[in-house]
Ligand binder design. Structure first.
Ligand SMILES: [Zn+2]
Ligand SMILES: [Zn+2]
Length: 254
């Protein structure tokens, strides 16, 4: 699977983005074609009351069979050159349960070490992300959750995995499931009140222009970078898989 090799940041990022074009194309189609059952008024009312907008699993189920969508993403992975024809066949002919892969992703399972399983999970995530992204788009514009102060995503309840730093101060959190973005209300760790070292470890990765920010007090991690130059989050997440693995290896979670 695509992982970053040492090179200049723009080169790694743009090359990977170009390679991902067929996958991004399918992702955009899945997003446009699905009809997730979201009651926007109800979701907005809930968010105003500090509650999560919608039930992600229920909304995902309202979109119908995930398998044909999974197959399209796996095909795109082959076109992109991430997997061989044999891999593609093994993934589609095998006894993979796509619903299981998606719910595993929901419940925060770990990134598999086995390359083929990792690709399967990644393809399932592209599907799940497209459907939830469509669902969150129905909830409304980001202004809907302007007053949101919680760490969980206002729309789907997912955890943020990426923070984008703007003008050196403000942090925008990105939901790992549906890509919704909202402002972090405080500095330091999102999981606990710790806001300084030595509990918080920050490991910079200049090649990727990311910092891996880890809290040893509560065990959460986040990948942080400047907002400028950010690609599709599918690309950003593929680019930073090794950071996830490094954090997970330490027993941390998003
Ligand atoms: Zn979300
Ligand atoms: Zn913490």
């Amino acid at each position: 699977m695509p992982t970053a090799s040492p090179a200049r940041p723009t080169t790694v990022r743009t090359t990977l983005a170009e390679q991902f074009a067929p996958v991004l194309h399918v992702h955009a189609e899945l997003l446009a074609d699905c009809v997730p059952a979201v009651d926007a008024d109800e979701a907005q009312r809930r968010i105003r009351n500090g509650q999560i907008g919608y039930d992600a699993l229920r909304v995902l189920r309202s979109c119908g069979d995930l398998r044909p969508r999974f197959a399209r993403v796996v095909d795109a992975f082959e076109v992109s050159g991430f997997i061989s024809n044999d891999d593609r066949r093994a993934l589609l002919d095998g006894d993979l349960d796509v619903d299981d892969l998606v719910s595993g992703w929901f419940t925060g399972d770990r990134t598999p070490r086995d390359p083929r399983r990792r690709v399967a999970r990644q393809a399932a995530i592209v599907v799940g992300n497209a459907l939830l992204r469509a669902a969150s788009a129905r909830v409304g514009p980001a202004a809907t959750w302007k007053a949101w102060t919680r760490t969980a995503c206002p729309c789907c309840g997912g955890s943020p995995d990426i923070a984008l730093v703007e003008r050196g101060t403000q942090r925008i959190l990105v939901c790992a499931r549906c890509d919704s973005q909202w402002s972090a209300r405080r500095d330091g760790c999102l999981g606990c009140d710790t806001d300084d070292s030595p509990a918080i470890a920050r490991i910079g990765n200049p090649e990727l222009d990311y910092d891996l920010v880890m809290c040893n007090a509560c065990g959460r991690f986040l990948k942080e970078r400047p907002r400028r130059g950010v690609e599709s989050f599918i690309v950003e997440r593929a680019l930073t898989t090794e950071l996830d693995l490094a954090a997970e290896q330490r027993g941390l979670r998003i």
